[in-house]
Design a protein around this ligand. Structure first.
Ligand code: SAH
Length: 394
């Protein structure tokens, strides 16, 4: 049993699932007595049952709740029910075959991500507690969809905080070189072992669909930090005349080019740092009707906030300089530590700098297969602002 200090149950009663180590009554229940990943009952200082949780005595988030029902300890059945519920939700959203199947805390499976690529499932485990549940997880995945392969791509930075090694493991099947994605009527491939995250960014699927109404026939599109070309190819499919992908990774750009061909299109590829590339394009006098900025998280920890804000501001400033009058900027950030208002402020500051007038047409977030947990702000990380940009004085 793990006991909390007086009053520390409040956030949990409001729906959050995390316990921080300074909230534990370590005099009565020393954390050192638990093994990493151990299942415990969580109790308040008054001995009220708060839920079943898994523990990691080495982590700042030292426990995460798996079940709040006293009659339902976390067992194989509970895991399977949660996975089945998550799958049913994705089916109701329109596609349970190519989607994020499990989004951690938001699906009440803290520390677990599962992405489905047809008959291949790629998982990421972030915590010792989820590691300890791997057997029931794997059995449930097998029973529910019988995929050809289940791969654990356990290489997220979150694992360092739990003192877990980075490893790529095959639960069963063969490790494919790439995964296949169907999205918006288009077909893509993305590298698995050499790729970003699990291979594809499903969190932007809904935004790539949103982009379509803003792409006029003949539009010129710049996809900055394009990875394997998801945005650019969606725009070409919509009637754009040309799309240029900028990325620092040559592997990503090779895939982007092949993905374009796969869908009967071609892209231009520019392997460069995003900042340098946009400066060069401006020097050449290039202009675009649509610029998409989807950079990696510039802010990984709180202390990176000031530098990160400056980077977002600079990136947006460069993008505004490349837009034709009346063009569209899609400005994204996946940094949890950058609040939506802060990204807006960066966009507006960049606009003022260049005497641009910006109108936000849509303020979007992550796709619905990455649901937000209203009590857990950490589940809300992606921002995507669709901005109309004119030179008129605002
Ligand atoms: N837009 C993509 C996801 C982008 S992931 C999609 O929707 O699928 C971030 C990408 O930025 C990665 O492909 C990475 O290689 C690239 N990247 C990281 N730092 C960069 C930099 N400084 N300049 C250009 N690309 C960069």
């Amino acid at each position: 049993m793990l006991r909390l200090k007086r009053g520390e149950e409040r956030r949990l009663l409001a729906g959050h699932l995390w316990v921080f180590s300074n909230e534990v009554d370590t005099a009565r229940t020393p954390l050192a007595q638990f093994a990493a990943g151990e299942l415990v009952q969580l109790r308040s200082w008054r001995d009220a049952f708060l839920g079943y949780a898994y523990v990691n005595p080495h982590a700042l988030i030292c426990a995460r709740i798996l079940s709040r029902a006293a009659a339902q300890p976390p067992d194989a059945q509970l895991i399977e029910r949660r996975l089945a519920a998550a799958l049913a939700l994705r089916a109701s959203l329109g596609d349970a075959h190519h989607c994020r199947w499990v989004f951690g805390e938001s699906d009440l499976l803290p520390g677990l991500v599962l992405d489905r690529y047809g008959d291949v499932v790629v998982g990421q485990i972030a915590t010792a507690g989820m590691e300890a549940l791997r057997e029931p997880l794997e059995s449930a995945v097998r029973r529910l969809i019988e995929p050809r392969a289940l791969i654990w791509k356990n290489d997220s930075a979150a694992r360092d905080l739990e003192q877990l090694p980075h490893q790529l493991q095959v639960a069963w099947g063969e490790l494919p070189a790439e995964v296949a994605i169907l999205e918006g009527g288009l077909s893509f491939a993305a590298p698995l072992a050499a790729g970003q995250k699990t291979g594809w960014f499903y969190d932007q699927s809904a935004n790539r669909a949103r982009l379509r109404r803003y792409v006029a026939p003949g539009a010129r599109v710049l996809d900055v930090c394009s990875y394997v070309g998801g945005w650019a190819i969606a725009a070409l499919h919509q009637g754009a005349a040309r799309a240029c992908c900028v990325d620092s990774s040559s592997t990503a750009l090779e895939y982007a080019a092949a993905n374009a061909v796969r869908n009967g299109k071609t892209i231009e590829a520019l392997r460069a740092d995003a900042f340098d590339a946009m400066q060069e394009l401006a020097a050449r006098g290039e202009q675009f009707d649509v610029v998409v900025l989807d950079p990696p998280a510039f802010i990984k920890r709180k202390k990176d906030i000031p530098q990160g804000q400056a980077a977002y501001r600079k990136l947006n400033q460069l993008a505004l300089g490349l837009l034709a009058d009346g063009g569209l900027l899609v400005s994204c950030s996946c940094s949890y530590h950058l609040a939506p208002e802060e990204l807006l402020a960066a966009i507006q500051s960049a606009a003022r700098h260049g005497a641009h007038f910006v109108q936000i047409l849509e303020a979007a977030g992550q796709s619905p297969d990455h649901p937000l947990h209203p009590a857990i702000p950490e589940t809300r990380y992606l921002k995507a602002f669709f901005c109309r940009v004119t030179r008129a004085v605002g």
